[in-house]
Design a protein around this ligand. Sequence first.
Ligand SMILES: [Zn+2]
Length: 454
Amino acid sequence: MNTLLIRNGRVIDGTGAPPRAESVLIEGEKIVALGADADARAQGRTNVGVLDAKGMTVMPGLIDGHCHLSFDEPNSNDELFNHRRHALAAIAAAYNAKKLVRAGVTGILDPDSIFELSIDLRDAIDAGLCEGPRVRTGSYALWTSLGGTAGRLIPDHGIAGYGKVVSGRDEIVAETRRQIKMGADWIKIHVTGLVPRHPLGGEQKSWTLDELKAVCDTAHELGIPVQGHCRGAASVIDCVKAGMDLILHATYMDEHALELVIDRKVPVMPVFTFQANLADYGAAIGADATVREMFRLEISDNAAMLRRAYDAGVPLLCGSESGFSITPYGDWHHREMEVFVRDLGLTPLQAIQCATQANAFAMRAVGKLGEIAPGRLADILVVDGDPSRDISVLGQKERIKHVFIGGRAMDLSPLPPRKDPTGWRVVNYGARLGWDVAHGKAEVAHERIPDHEL
Ligand SMILES: [Zn+2]
C-alpha cells in the first residue's frame, strides 16, 4: 500500500479550526493519522514516502459545488444550446477536467449538463479512462414550459441545452425516475426563470408547490437529493416546503423565507462568482457598465440576508459557476471564497470550511471528504502560502504545488495548448455600426444583457 508522510506543513483541516503545524500520514486512499501519531507510525519504516511541506499549507482539496463541466466556456446560451456536438463536448470536458485538478480542485458537483454527458464523464474518471476531480452530477435541469433563465430559447417541450421541459405530474415523475435510472447523483430544478415582459420583472417562480413536491417525493423515495435554482422569496418558500435539499442562489429572500431556511437548516449555495467577475473585471472585456452594476447589486443587496442565515447555522456552500466565458475552467474555483470574505464578512478559515468540509454535502460524502482527519479520503491540496491570512493565494496556480485525490499524486504538469473545434464558437461582428458611430459622431453602444443560465 502506498504510504506518504507530509511533514513540516501548516495544516488547515477544513473545519474552521486555526492552522496547526503537524504531520499528515496517508495510507492507500485515506488519511490515517495526524501529528505525533503520524510521526510515530511512520518512524522506522522504509516504505514510507516523505513530502517536506515547509512553508506550505496542507489542506483539503477544494470542492467546487457548482461547476458546469460540459459547457466549454460559451459566451451565450445560443452558443451552448445550438453549437455543441455530443462527442466533441465530452472530449472537451475531459480536457477541461484536468484544468480543475491543476487549480487544486479535487471534487465538483456539476448541477446539469448538455447531453447529460457529465454522468458518463463521472464514470469515465472513476474508471481511470481520464483524469479529473471526483464528480457528482445531475442530468438535465428540469424546466416547466414557462421556461427558465434562457427566456424564449426554452422550447415548449423536450430538451434544449442543459435542460428538459416537463409538463404535468406524470411527466415530472417519469423524467425524475429516468434521470435516476441514468445515474444522476442529484436532480436539479430551475424553480425561477426570466419571463420576457413580465410585469413584475426579474425572475418568476415557474413551478407550483405541488409540482416541486412531485419531484422531491419521487427523488427522495429513491434516495436522491434535489437542488433548486431560486431567485425570489416565493421560490425559496416553496422549495423549503417541498423538502428540497439544497437551494441555489437564494437571493431576494424576505423575512418569512429566511425564517423557513433557518428553521429547516437547508444548505444554501449563493454562486456569486459569475456576478462578482462581471462586476469587478467586466470592464476589461467590454461589459456594459449597467450590467456590471446590476450584478454588483445582486451581491450587495443579498449579502446581509445570507450572512444572517449563516450566523443562524445554515450551511453555506461554495460554487463557482465555472464553465462560461466569464468563468473559465481552472481560474476561478477559489473566487466564491473571496466573495464570502469580502461581501459576507466571513474569515478566510470560515470560507475555506464552506469550500471543503461543508461542500462534502454537495458531494454526498459528508464525513468522508473535505477534512484533514484520520479516516477521511486523502483528497489533499498543498499550497505555497497561507490562505488563512490571504484567501487569494488559492487562485494563484503557481502556488498549487501538490494535489492528491484518494492518496494518489495528480499530474500538475502544464497541459498542451488546445484550439476550439470548427463551428464551436458563435462569432459576432462586434457592436452595432451605425453611420454616426462610423463617423465618430456617437459612442459604441454596448446594451446587450447576457442571456446566460446563471
Ligand atoms: Zn449554474
